[in-house]
Write a protein that binds this ligand. Structure first.
Ligand code: ZN
Length: 133
């Protein structure tokens, strides 16, 4: 299977710098959900070199101010899934930038501990992860 992030269509790119680019997520958890990815195929954060990590964090600032203007969210969850057991399905690093809006869930306590459970699993909408008995 081809890597979707090695073959990003140019028109999907909303921001870029030397080694990273940003696109809108194809399965947005919330309006404005963006992804920041290295231009070269590297599977995870810890295998990126310092320059690539720096470019990703620089782009995070740029994308955040762009989303602030376009979507006017009240907050953000930012993070990545590392490894299959953590839910990583595409083995090309991607940083999720998820705008949050007052009232998008009834109780946002916990943040990335839950993100938005009923929308987190795009393969099985409505499925809320539970600890197996
Ligand atoms: Zn790739």
């Amino acid at each position: 299977m081809e890597c979707p992030f090695c073959n990003v269509i140019v028109s999907r790119v909303i921001e870029e710098n030397d080694s990273a680019l940003a696109i809108m997520d194809g399965f947005p958890v919330n309006p404005g959900h963006a992804l920041i990815i290295p231009k070269l195929h590297v599977s995870n954060w810890f295998d990126l070199n310092e320059e690539q990590q720096r470019d990703i964090l620089k782009l995070l600032k740029v994308v955040k101010s762009r989303l602030d203007k376009e979507f006017k969210p009240d907050g953000y969850n930012v993070g990545f899934n590392h490894g299959e057991c953590a839910g990583q399905t595409v083995k090309h690093f991607h940083l999720h930038v998820i705008p949050r809006y007052k009232g998008d869930v009834d109780d946002p306590t916990g943040g990335v501990r839950f993100v938005i459970p009923e929308r987190g699993n795009y393969r099985n909408p409505g499925h809320i992860p539970r600890k197996e008995e």
